[in-house]
Design a protein around this ligand. Structure first.
Ligand code: SF4
Ligand code: SF4
Length: 337
């Protein structure tokens, strides 16, 4: 059901919601940028709709509200292991259409790729999503090419209008709230981007033979293996384990899982001193092919949702969409045509 609401009505709804949910949305963190004296848009808890940044893309994705950057899996002593209690409240997350598509990818990885992940599942089942309508594309987005520019799988969508907001509400209990408040009913469809400046085409003949191509070589020098592209990506799911010992004998402490990056040193280190992808160009090839080739073979759609955050954050101005644009030539090179 659709409604026109003003900021006060929206905030009343948020206040009622916060009894049971923490509400996360992109907010402006003053001075929070990696550059001095610049702000950063990233996810934080909100209590008012005025705090939500609608007119800029968040540099970091919603992912940290669902999969903590560092999460304690259990505490241990010599006698026992204890799993931390689950969060008391659920979460409502404001996000755009590409990011809602990314949730599907996280679900694939954590719930459908072998046994369900206990920690993800207990957070995920208490999450609701508010889709932020996109009236225009940001510079580096290529969501239309990736087919993620439209979403219907939300609990509420919100479009920003001159004098307030238009919302479409699917959650029955939320609907009752707006009906009881006497909000004006109206037909609402989520705003969505119809065209991006950046367009990509993934070659139909793309195959693993691309590993022989020279297109990866430039990244041996250009990429500095900082891993930022992975940490901002809403679909990267890798983590590593860290044990934290409280006592010198190493028998009391906690085990955490912490976000990891396939672009940084050490990611492919194995016992015996081996390492599978030492060159940064090899790591780039692995990341690109995972995002736009092998994931689709298994799940029927690409892992990359075209949010463009990896382009925005790279200190070396390496563009993921530019790399996709080089694949056709790369395939010509390896097939000798
Ligand atoms: S690979 Fe880049 S463009 Fe694709 S989903 Fe990840 S951050 Fe977004
Ligand atoms: S952000 Fe850029 S420099 Fe850093 S690892 Fe990714 S591609 Fe390499």
């Amino acid at each position: 059901m659709g409604y026109s609401v003003n900021a006060r009505q929206f905030d009343e709804w948020l206040a009622a919601l916060r009894n049971d949910f923490d509400v996360y949305a992109p907010v402006c963190v003053k001075g929070g940028s990696i550059y001095s004296d610049a702000d950063c848009i990233r996810y934080g808890m909100i209590s008012s709709i005025e705090e939500v940044v609608f007119d800029r893309k968040s540099e970091y994705s919603f992912k940290e509200a669902m999969v903590p950057i560092s999460e304690t899996l259990f505490y241990f002593t010599e006698e026992e292991c204890t799993v931390p209690a689950p969060k008391k409240k659920g979460a409502v997350i404001f996000l755009r259409s590409c990011d809602l598509a990314a949730v599907q990818r996280l679900d694939d990885m954590y719930l459908g790729n072998g046994p369900e992940d206990f920690y993800y599942e207990r957070i995920r089942k208490n999450i609701r999503f508010v889709l932020m309508g996109c009236s225009k594309s940001f510079g580096s987005c290529f969501c239309v090419s990736m087919g993620t520019n439209k979403s219907k799988n939300y609990d509420m969508c919100v479009n920003v209008r001159e004098n307030g907001f238009e919302i479409d509400v699917k959650d029955a209990s939320w609907n009752s709230f707006f009906l009881e408040k006497g909000c004006t009913q109206t037909a609402v469809a989520a705003d969505y981007v119809q065209e991006n400046t950046v367009k990509v085409t993934i070659p139909e003949n793309l195959s693993t033979e691309i590993y022989k191509s020279s297109i990866w070589d430039e990244y041996n020098k250009r990429c500095i293996a900082c891993g930022r592209c992975n940490f901002v990506c809403p679909t990267c799911t890798c983590f590593t384990m860290q044990d934290l010992f409280y006592t010198e004998n190493g028998k009391v402490g906690e085990r955490r899982r912490v976000w990891a990056s396939c672009m940084v040193d050490g990611y492919t280190d194995v016992a015996g001193g081996g390492s599978y992808r030492k060159k940064n160009g090899e790591r780039m090839r692995f990341k690109v092919m995972h995002k736009i080739f092998d994931y689709k073979q298994r799940n029927g759609y690409h892992m990359c949702v075209g949010c463009g955050r990896c382009d925005d954050i790279c200190p070396e101005y390496i563009s993921f969409s530019d790399i996709i644009g080089k694949l056709e030539k790369g395939m010509e090179e390896v097939s000798g045509s």
